[in-house]
Design a protein around this ligand. Sequence first.
Ligand code: ARG
Length: 619
Amino acid sequence: GTVQDLSTMLSSLGLSEKITKFPDSNPEANPIDIFRCYIAEVLAKVSGVDSVLIYPALEWTNQFEKGDLILAVPRLKVKGKVPSELAKEWAEKFPPNDYIKPPVATGVFLQFFFSESLLPKLIIPQILRNPRSYGPSPTGNGKRVIVEFSSPNIAKPFHAGHLRSTIIGGFLANLYEACGWEVIRMNYLGDWGKQFGVLAVGFARHGSERELEEDAIHHLFDVYVKVNQDIAAEKDATATKDEAGNVLKDGTSTTDDEARAFFVRLEGGDKDAYALWARFRDLSIVKYKETYARLNIKYDVYSGESQVSKESMEKAAKILEEKGLSQKDEGAVIIDLTPHNKKLGKAIIQKKDGTSLYLTRDIGAAMERWEKYKFDKMIYVVACQQDLHLQQLFTILKLMGFEWADRCAHINFGMVLGMSTRAGTVKFLDDILREVKDKMHEVMKTNPDKYKLVENPEEVAEVVGRTGVMIQDMSGKRINGYPFDMDRMTSFEGDTGPYLQYAHSRLCSITRKAGIQEEKLLTADHVKHLAGSTHAVNLIRALAQFPDVILNTMKTQEPTTIVTYLFKMTHLLSSSYDVLRVVGEEEGVASARLALYESARMVLRNGMELLGLTPVERM
Ligand code: ARG
């Protein structure tokens, strides 16, 4: 198991010192916390500052030159003394020890560098003993989160917004789960509204049972396009125009009227209308499930706008009325949110004809989710175009008096530009994945020697291509958009998906070629063979940061926090291969180095899997 008492852990490392475990520390999962606990305790004695203040101020750094942990002295708010003086004074007074080198004072900062002879024996066995669990700390134990993501609209294209929501949401769900949360993955389909009337009429005219069974998503979209063309043509033919052909008065469409009538029947609970709608929905979900599976995503709940009950929306309407929040406005019902926040404007919650809206359904859905799941947190992964919508939603829930409104969060993201590709046929998720797979396959063929060695090129192309799409999406901050660039995402140059996969497969090949027994890796003398090499030490320092990187990702909620780290780590790896060879070395050296590479492979794999990727072993 991973749970070990701190003192047993320390004595197994040959350290006898007594270190108090801080309440927030997690040394079993995060070995860096040992250093944190130690520094906090010692520095408290040196400085007279409470260790409880020092502990959280010890932060990890992005550059090794700045130390493994860094403390900004002003954060401790010591009165009457200049921070830079304090830094110097404390550095001088810090007693020599087995954990860290003498601290370095630079300006108002105190930099701490871990002892090179402690790091290898602390980190490498920790990773190799429990490779699967290295990284996440169990900070979410006992807590439940709903992650709502992807949420496409049936019969409409799966656009870039859905793609990003799928990738980012899938990642967040993995992240929370890894940190001990109970995660409910929810897909809130756009599966209600007048378009289903249009679709039903269109299906009777243009539809095919066989095609519906085969691929509901594409077929329903085709039907939807065709019937909308019918509607446009009818309107055009009946419009009043002047001699030049300018429309003076819009035309009418009997198809449109039929569609509206169908939706009225559907809303009224008509059995036949409902049965047809249910088939559209169910068959679309069958197809979606297949595609999501290619991305390693599996939902716990396929919810949707259609699933929100009338009762909860009526209940919401009643609360809003009783609290004096809603008002009638020319037959419609609105909520004026401007007194609470000018930017939020007025929100309509009921149309003149009494029907509900997107916002109304979201209010009802949130209430139902609370009743059913009593979540500690609920995350909506939705494009930033809907910032206003979600702000309105959260504000309304809060005004309704739900204390759980504060548990809701909108994780937003920017736009993707130019996602329609060469053929211009990309409309759905599986099209995107197919296109990028084909492109990746082409790229792989440009290196015939290597290509010959790949056993299952189609499969590798699929996995690596998909990695390209996902890494491109997760490389920047979420709020930044990016151009959908097929050439870039399938390239091996620079920080791309294929590069990351290559780094992983290269580590696999080192292990294969070395042919060293697994037991030898743990028993090797890591300190003797690694502590003297800057390359090895820096790599270990990077591996030691992984748990902190994940903790930090829980704060940023940004996949790039992990992506950036993984690239930094793989760069350190590439520069180590020539210096730290395995094949042809004496067994003790080879085993210690392989132990390092294997540890790196575990971290890379764990990180990639958190991102939702499937690391390949050969490519
Ligand atoms: N189906 C919506 C769309 O495609 C996204 C749904 C987002 N989630 C929500 N609870 N409103 O725009």
